[in-house]
Write a protein of this length. Structure first.
Ligand code: DQQ
Length: 478
């Protein structure tokens, strides 16, 4: 019954050209952070922050979907709903899922008109993740550690197991200091012992408060991912730290930005192949009245497979499963670029791989979503002198401006390294990953559905190769 109505909701919105076709998004209404990402009995389960009754944030439930391959998803009934009069009556905030014999969700329950009381809660499922029972001992973590000097920001548990002990990190802040991550341990996921701060950020550099931590080991190094609220008008941004973890303290030796644009609150899991997979919420970039009119908000990134490169930087590639749905291919090679080259391929749902040899003082890149006369478009520009990738939105009204909420992305090429851009275009979503390490995600809403053309540009640059695949809808046969 519920699933039938979700199908109808999807069908109602399917003709919206801004709505992605091969990225996961909720049937309708509001979605934000990915939650509880886990592979269980071979199937990938994704939960997500969901408002079932509005296209704007509020009344937060956990939506649920399942996939055999990380690409095709089926809707399942809502997994968690706020219980009136309880510790989560104002919303079930973000969290994770682990295998403790029974599948177990660890999430943040909130109370109060501004969700200002935040405690940690658990729920288990007896029927392979379909329905969930909240634990009688909830909340299992109540009080914010006193060294936090505040009581309202304390959320988004991320849990892992070492030996027979569970560990949990929580996102918070220390008043006056900025973001902080607090570390706990437990034998049973119910009784938790607070250990110490895992890491405390620098307020000016790393933001006023942290959210949605992920802490995990790759090879012999530990990686901490945090979503950072910067305060003022600076957009929130996802950072990562790589370093050593000893005596319950984390000492980063490398720090980077996980995405320079609209990707936020990512969550990782390890699957049965041993891959560390990441999904992130791709935030909308349009005003609330337009969101309400559209009737939906929020998209999840295509899952990315994470690793560390030889410099200790986080490397990420969209999962190989995406290639299984590649449609019609198009290929170009060896073009000298001195100006614009229009391509005879167009579309709103494309997977693009472009490899350039930039000249040291030149620019090169790709324009997407071009209007027939080229006056409206999105330019992905590599500026070789500054070693940055800039995403510019061009419209007749405003000329060229940085895409909404997307910062210039520092991208240094090693000597002799070519510029390799992977671009996943899908309606209003543009995921860009350069050389498997610099991620710049943007959202763009062309004014007309015929803005589907593509072109290359460059000043004294060479295109080594360009591969474009047309992409299908993952919902068509459902
Ligand atoms: N979204 C959730 C919080 C989290 C924030 C609320 C990050 O749990 O801190 O919807 O986007």
């Amino acid at each position: 019954m519920i699933l039938e109505s979700q199908k109808q909701l999807r069908q109602r919105l399917a003709s919206d050209p801004h709505r992605p076709r091969y990225h996961f998004l909720s049937p309708a209404n509001w979605m934000n952070d990915p939650n509880g990402f886990i592979q269980w009995k071979g199937q990938y389960h994704l939960f997500y922050q969901y408002n079932p009754n509005s296209a704007l944030w509020g009344d937060i439930h956990w939506g649920h979907a399942v996939s055999p391959d990380l690409i095709h998803w089926s809707d399942l009934p809502i997994a968690l709903a706020p219980t009136p009069g309880s510790y989560d009556e104002a919303g079930c905030y973000s969290g994770c899922a682990v295998d403790n014999g029974l599948p177990t969700i660890i999430y943040t329950g909130t109370v109060g008109p501004k969700n200002e009381i935040q405690t940690q809660c658990i729920a288990t499922s007896q029927d392979d993740l379909l329905t969930w029972q909240k634990h009688a001992n909830n909340p299992v973590i109540g009080d914010v550690p006193p060294e936090s000097k505040q009581t309202r920001d304390f959320r988004d548990p991320f849990v892992w197991k070492e030996g027979d002990t569970w560990y949990l990190v929580l996102a918070s802040r220390i008043d006056g200091n900025g973001g902080a991550i607090f570390l706990y341990r437990s034998k049973d996921l119910i009784d938790w012992e607070y250990l110490n701060p895992l890491l405390i950020g620098d307020r000016a550099r790393d933001g006023i408060c942290w959210e949605c931590p992920n802490f995990f080991k790759i090879d012999q190094r530990w990686v901490l991912i945090v979503s950072t609220i910067m305060g003022g008008t600076t957009p929130p941004i996802v950072r990562y730290f790589v370093g050593a973890y000893e005596n319950f303290r984390f000492s980063p030796t490398y720090e980077g930005i996980l995405d320079y644009g609209r990707l936020y609150a990512p969550l990782t899991t390890v699957d049965h192949h041993g891959r560390r997979l990441l999904m992130g919420w791709l935030r909308e970039a349009r005003p609330n009245p337009e969101i309400e009119q559209a009737g939906w908000a929020g998209v999840q990134s295509i899952p990315r497979n994470l690793s560390l490169d030889s410099y200790g930087r986080l490397a990420m590639v969209p999962v190989a499963e995406l290639e299984q749905i590649h449609g019609e291919p198009h290929h170009w090679a060896n073009l000298d670029l001195a100006g614009y080259v229009s391509l005879d391929v167009e579309g709103l749902a494309l997977d693009i791989v472009a490899e350039f040899e930039p000249q040291p003082d030149g620019q090169c890149g790709l324009s997407l979503l071009c209007s027939p006369d080229g006056t409206e478009r999105l330019d992905i520009v590599y500026e070789a002198t500054k070693q940055v990738i800039v995403v510019n939105r061009i419209t007749p009204e405003h000329g060229s401006i940085l895409a909404e909420g997307v910062l210039p992305a520092s991208h240094q090429l090693d000597t002799g390294e070519t510029l390799r851009l992977r671009v996943l275009l899908d309606g209003s979503v543009v995921e860009i990953i350069a050389n498997d390490r610099t991620s710049v995600t943007s959202r763009v809403y062309p004014s007309h559905p015929d803005h589907t053309k593509l072109r290359l540009f460059g000043t004294q640059a060479r295109l080594r190769l360009l591969d474009i695949w047309e992409m299908p809808s993952i919902w068509q046969s459902r």
